[in-house]
Ligand binder design. Structure first.
Ligand SMILES: [Zn+2]
Length: 113
């Protein structure tokens, strides 16, 4: 249920950037390796944004694919690479790197109040 806290954080960022303007759209980037569920965030969003300038804003989710970090040469490459082999040095010693993030990409506000 950690979607509640992330949604609170998202709303906080959105309201701060909107500075009182009515928010129409919120674009989010969510890592594919994060365990955040779009539907849960949407649900909490509807609850939390009620009565704020962001009420009724559309949420748009953009998935960020996971990446691996090569432990040999430090190269970062996509997790869907065959055999997890580093695209730079060919090593298969890698650690999961990107793909766990969840943040506000951009917001759209309505000029009319
Ligand atoms: Zn490498």
């Amino acid at each position: 249920m950690h979607e509640l806290s992330i949604t609170e954080a998202i709303l906080d960022v959105v309201l701060r950037h909107a500075a009182g303007s009515r928010v129409t759209d919120v674009h989010l980037t969510v890592g594919e390796l994060s365990s955040y569920v779009d539907d849960s965030i949407q649900l909490f969003w509807t609850e939390l944004s009620r009565g704020t300038p962001a009420e009724g804003a559309m949420l748009h989710f953009k998935k960020q694919p996971g990446t691996l970090l090569c432990l040999v040469c430090g190269n970062e490459y996509p997790m869907d690479t065959p055999d997890f082999q580093c695209s730079s040095c060919g090593s298969a010693q890698a650690a999961p790197h990107g793909g766990r993030e969840c943040y506000v990409d951009s917001i759209e506000v309505c000029a009319e109040t």
